[in-house]
Design a protein around this ligand. Sequence first.
Ligand code: FAD
Length: 414
Amino acid sequence: MRDVWVIGAGVVGVTTAWYLAEAGWRVTLLDRTGAVGQGTSQRNGGQLSYRYVSPLADAGVPLKAVQWLLQPDGPLRFRPQAELAQWRWVARFLRRCHGRANLEMTRRLARLGEYSRNCLAMLMRDHDLPPFDWQESGKLVVYRTRATFERAARSADNQGRRVLDASECLAAEPALATLAEQLQGGLLTADEAVADCHAFCCGLYERLQQHPRYAGLVAARALRFEQDAAGTLALVSDHGRHGADAFVLAAGIGSRALARSAGLDLPLYPLKGYSLDMPIGPQHVPPRASITDFERKVLYARIGHRLRVAAMVDLVGEDDSIDPHRIGGLRRVAQRDLPHAGDYERAEPWAGLRPATPDGAPIVGPTALPGLWLNLGHGALGFTFACGTASLLAHLMGHGEAPLPLDGITWPLQ
Ligand SMILES: Cc1cc2nc3c(=O)[nH]c(=O)nc-3n(C[C@H](O)[C@H](O)[C@H](O)COP(=O)(O)OP(=O)(O)OC[C@H]3O[C@@H](n4cnc5c(N)ncnc54)[C@H](O)[C@@H]3O)c2cc1C
């Protein structure tokens, strides 16, 4: 039996470990926290957003970014860093900001989204996962400006989206009552889902621990890769040197430094985001579907008995601290717009780093280094794509063939 080590036990690492164990590999997980789902996968927005996969880079985004930067509680922050990586990431991102690139990548990611949806459905059907508050509650994207709404409504054909006018939005979602004056309309997609990403990681890990080919979770910080004179790859951690037939780098934003030790210069950058997580009491009016406020870039998702509010993209380096101004801003916006949706007094703040490529697509597959594989860079859609990319990687590491075209999501990026 061949041995594989998966580095990183976030949602991407845990799903990768599962699909590889199912494909016949003996799997070891390694994470510096010694637990699963502790990084960005811990308290994200919880949306399984299979149909809304359009990358951030698009025509008009640079101009909008300037406006966002000027808003006090706006969705974007940029703090220039003394590191080349930030500027190179921004430069590549700007080059991708045109309609054709966006359309092409959206098409590829929609394919990956559909595949991921099917992979999770099969996982849930075949393995009786412990509950993780999965619910197909639908997704409603609401618009405040007429032109944006009309543009979105025109593109809704054939994508499973229903166009709602403002009064239909309010009838479907009484939680939006405070926004009645501003709403222009919305797009409702009935088959999108939400779930608790951390609970999913823990539930799948429970099944993994029962798997005959699971070897265990090593609590260690991976430091670098090394190759001996014969070209055999090893991983060095603060617990020693580890050999295996293969290694999968799935360490979220931590993958950047590790890849560098293997000579790979990955275009990954941390996009910091924030969330609030709060209980919902009997007196509250939470949204039924998950709601995305298109102009404010804020999402509201009911996950079990809790409300998750998530937003913001901060380019401020590899710093996951909770900036009191930013989380205060998010709280102000949410409490003003959906004031009765949950118990804001008991809201728990959180921040995480989206491991993002400028293209908005994950990187899955082999590297030029024999034995080193990648599954990383899932950006804003890691929960959504995790099962799909893990399954793709297991196919590739098995017989070398993937059930989907991989253009745009393999290394090196085109
Ligand atoms: C505010 C916010 C909202 C979001 N909302 C959504 C959403 O609604 N839907 C969605 O699909 N996605 C969402 N995302 C994105 C999603 O959370 C991420 O894409 C996903 O969690 C990335 O998973 P990962 O496993 O790659 O990284 P992580 O979850 O960060 O896991 C990486 C793991 O690697 C470990 N690690 C790192 N370096 C090392 C090292 N050197 N040695 C050992 N271990 C290491 C870390 O400890 C960590 O456990 C959101 C993100 C944010 C920030």
